[in-house]
Design a protein around this ligand. Structure first.
Ligand code: NAG
Ligand code: NAG
Ligand code: NAG
Ligand code: NAG
Length: 623
């Protein structure tokens, strides 16, 4: 363990700077192979196909075309601008909101949204380390050392809230994740001590019989909240933090918590016989209470942690991997649709047992393409699919399995990742502000000519996987559905004044969220295509133009205006995630290699490790 941590600490100095050109050449060759869309069966057919099949378009043409020549020093300069943005946000917070959770960037005051424990500071620690901001880090350490996690501050003002609960999920991903990542990067023992103490305070949340965490804990009394229902994101997104705190402290209590939760999830998956987990859960039975499906709010990180738990523990936890594959199978076959105009690929949700798609597309769901790209980059997806026994699956999950087993799953996941990230980016690029809305409603009225020769409308929308099948059967003409060059609405209207958008904006706010930039970053790292860096740069410039205030950055109320009206919020995740992903996107050096670190859902990187033999003995992990 010590050797391992030592290796982590060294990574920044020992790793030679990687130049984009070299990486790009290598990745281009590999991606070209990936991008051959090859049926997975029959055996032995693939080499032959590789030579004859048309390539998927790669890279996507960039409008203007010259940006890909942007030289490495220009990217370093852009990374330096992101660092200045972080300093601007953090200094504004310290100056006007010190001792509070978050800055109110317009009224220049502080607000306590997450326990009143200075969440912006805790969330920012590892970003400071990545950006070489040693002074800020050194000033934060004594505050972290002395902070009192046993008392909860009132939301406004400085009094104590004696009856309130610390929200388990938010406290885990922001505070515990922040402490653990900063510990892994700096080796400062005080950060691990505080993480262990915080995990201990949160332990009572696991009191439900299935080991699913309750909503919150009163940190003074240790009482947990009494509600017995929860949503997927909140009951199934603590495995990474609990696993790493168990590994770093050697404490079996922490390990047992995550072990029990993982068993509950694996049992639930076995009883459900495949597919993705629904959104609503009963904590005591450890069972879903609805059939709603979502990749967005209330569900997102519950899906994300299945893959990431497998990666964090050195790819030993094959049950988590299998759950991830079954989740992706359902998402790819049932939640991905195309719009009629630009053929934009989007991921949506279904309510109740009817599986009727809402055709909402949420900013929060824009993490999903990055997750698909990460999975395709780190896992042999075809082998993982082949390891699943289809006879154990429900009829519907078996249908999904059979549809997908015809494809090279790696190529299919990467195609979905590319199409979805493109749509997430267009939600920004289409707007006058250059910033993306919180939720849009996608058009899904596909017109076609019926057998009677009359025009008809398919109002249920077009599933992506059906369009891919048609494309395959129809001789693969043009780009794969949802891929290829996509124009912005402004570009289209220049060509045709009547061009219509593919969606209507339902919530026009941009809450300084990271998901689209997270996927753009992961697309850049996994494909080496510089178009993603350029798109990230456009978004950063829009943030500078529309969201910057004299003392920080403000969420934007209406993305359809420029200058955009602002709201009085600077969320801590803007410093933990949004600016971190931008910085990593522009740095030429790969500071957080994807095979060595796993980002928690608040973008706090935890180091990949293997359980040692003594840990296996102590914790009872089968070898
Ligand atoms: C938050 O910051 C204030 C001001 O520096 C400090 O007094 C307090 O102990 C801190 N609390 C925590 C939990 O870090
Ligand atoms: C105390 O915390 C609870 C939630 O845990 C909240 O509903 C209540 O408004 C808080 N009271 C104050 C004064 O902040
Ligand atoms: C392990 O953690 C549990 C719960 O946080 C705590 O009660 C216990 O004292 C710890 N054990 C050791 C040996 O530190
Ligand atoms: C974990 O073990 C595997 C195989 O035993 C090895 O290839 C890998 O490098 C190890 N990972 C770490 C982080 O030590």
């Amino acid at each position: 363990m010590l050797t391992h941590l030592h290796a982590c600490l060294q990574y920044r100095r020992s790793r030679p700077v990687r130049y984009v050109v070299a990486a790009f050449t290598a990745i281009f060759v590999v991606s070209t192979l990936y991008y051959l869309e090859i049926p997975h069966h029959p055996e032995g057919f693939q080499d032959e196909l590789r030579e004859h099949l048309p390539h998927w378009p790669l890279p996507i043409p960039i409008s203007g075309g010259s940006e890909s020549k942007t030289s490495p020093p220009v990217w370093e300069e852009r990374a330096a601008q992101v660092k200045q943005a972080f300093l601007h946000a953090y200094r504004g917070y310290l100056q006007h909101a010190n001792g509070y959770d978050e800055l109110r960037p317009l009224s220049l005051a502080g607000v306590n949204n997450f326990n009143g424990w200075n969440v912006t500071m805790y969330d920012s620690l590892d970003t400071m380390l990545l950006m070489d901001l040693w002074d800020e880090f050194a000033e934060a350490l004594p505050v972290v050392k002395e902070g009192n996690f046993r008392q909860l501050r009132a939301s406004n003002g400085n009094g104590w809230n004696k009856s309130g609960y610390v929200p388990f999920f938010e406290t885990v991903i922001r505070y515990l994740g922040g402490l653990l990542a900063a510990y892994a990067m700096s080796g400062e023992q005080v950060l691990l001590d505080r993480a262990h103490e915080l995990a201990t305070i949160l332990e009572p949340a696991f009191g439900s019989s299935a080991g699913m965490p309750r909503f919150g804990v009163n940190p003074a009394t240790g009482a947990s909240s009494q509600g017995v229902s929860g949503v997927l994101a909140e009951v199934a997104s603590c495995q990474l933090e609990w696993t790493y705190v168990a590994h770093a402290t050697g404490n079996k209590t922490h390990f047992d918590r995550v072990d029990k939760l993982l068993h509950t999830l694996a049992n639930a998956m076995e009883q459900r016989k495949g597919g993705m987990f629904p959104t609503h859960w009963h904590l005591n039975g450890g069972k879903a209470t609805s059939e709603s499906r979502s990749m967005g709010a209330a569900a997102d990180s519950g899906h994300e942690y299945l893959l990431k738990q497998y990666l964090l523990t050195g790819k030993q936890d094959v049950e988590s991997l299998e759950m991830y594959i079954l989740t992706a199978n359902e998402a790819l076959t049932r939640l991905l649709y195309l719009t009629p105009n630009r053929e934009l690929l989007y991921v949506t949700d279904t309510a109740g047992g009817s599986f009727t798609a809402s055709h909402n597309f949420e900013h929060l769901a824009c993490f999903f393409p990055g997750l698909l790209a990460l999975g395709a980059h780190t896992v042999d997806l075809n082998a993982a699919l082949a390891a699943i026994d289809p006879s154990k699956l429900s009829a519907e999950a078996r249908r999904q399995y059979e549809v997908l087993s015809k494809y090279d799953l790696h190529a299919l996941h990467m195609a979905a990742a590319e199409g979805l990230t493109t749509s997430c980016w267009l939600m920004y690029a289409d707007q006058p502000s250059g910033l993306g809305p919180e939720t849009v409603q996608m058009r899904h009225d596909w017109k076609f000519v019926g057998e009677d020769g009359k025009p008809k409308v398919n109002s249920k929308g077009k599933l992506w996987i059906d369009a891919v099948e048609e494309w395959n059967e129809g001789g693969r003409r043009g780009p794969l559905p949802g891929l290829g060059e996509k124009k912005t609405i402004t570009q289209l209207r220049k060509e045709d004044g009547t061009a219509q958008a593919d969606y209507s904006v339902r919530r026009p706010d941009y809450f300084l969220r990271p998901e689209t930039l997270e996927s753009i970053y992961l697309m850049w790292r996994t494909t080496g295509n510089p178009v993603w860096r350029e798109r990230g740069w456009q978004i950063f410039q829009a943030i500078e133009r529309e969201a910057k205030t004299p003392s920080g950055y403000a969420s934007v109320k209406q993305i359809n205006k420029s200058p955009a009206p602002q709201s009085d919020e600077q969320p801590s995740y803007f410093l933990a995630e949004t600016l971190k992903y931008l910085y990593l996107l522009f740095k030429n050096e790969d500071l957080v290699p994807l095979d060595k670190w796993v980002f928690n859902t608040e973008a706090h990187p935890l180091p990949v490790f293997n359980w040692s033999s003594w840990e296996k003995h102590k914790f009872g992990i089968p070898s």
